[in-house]
Design a protein around this ligand. Sequence first.
Ligand code: GRF
Length: 210
Amino acid sequence: MVMQGSLKPLGVLVSGYGSNLQAILDACAQGVVAGRVACVISSNARAFAGERAKNAGVPYYVLPNATPEERDAHITALLKKHDVQGVCLAGYMRLLTAGFVDTWWDRVFNIHPSLLPAFKGMNAQRQALSAGVKVTGCTVHFVRPAMDEGPIILQATTPVFADDTEDTLAQRLLPLEHRTYVQALKWYCDDRLRIQGERVFVIPAAEAKS
Ligand code: GRF
């Protein structure tokens, strides 16, 4: 049995539907990830992600309207209040300030619905369709100040079919995103990730414990 105290406290930042948040909540509850969601913070008062947090009994906060600096200071205060050790961006639609990324360096994760460095930013699925790629996917990476940049932890792929629309592609990517995010967080919570420059290495489980 995993002791509560050995579980890494995670903070999850959301803005919308929260299916990645749900995957993280479930993986923690099932002991797949040795972490616990300590708080959920939303930039959007109407986000369905809020229902998910409340259903899971996790403290949930909606950010006030403020400047980016004030907003990120507020987030940092909440994360510290909950002793958070890892920050998961899960459909969080605001760009974080460089100061925030600096404070949480190598402890902030993002999921993006493309094979980075291709198709950064909004509407990654639309970008993939427009570019005519035959394979796309999702990426979990450590966050750096520039949008959708940072050392890549894990990627997963899916074919792009001739009759795909932005919506069918997004729907096929989501379950892939959930599995990929959970796997990356499992490694993080097991202390198995090492960053060297732009590269991330997953060390053997036996080495992480020693
Ligand atoms: C996902 O496609 C994620 O990759 C992107 O925003 C979407 C959020 O979905 N950053 P959800 O809110 O987790 O369901």
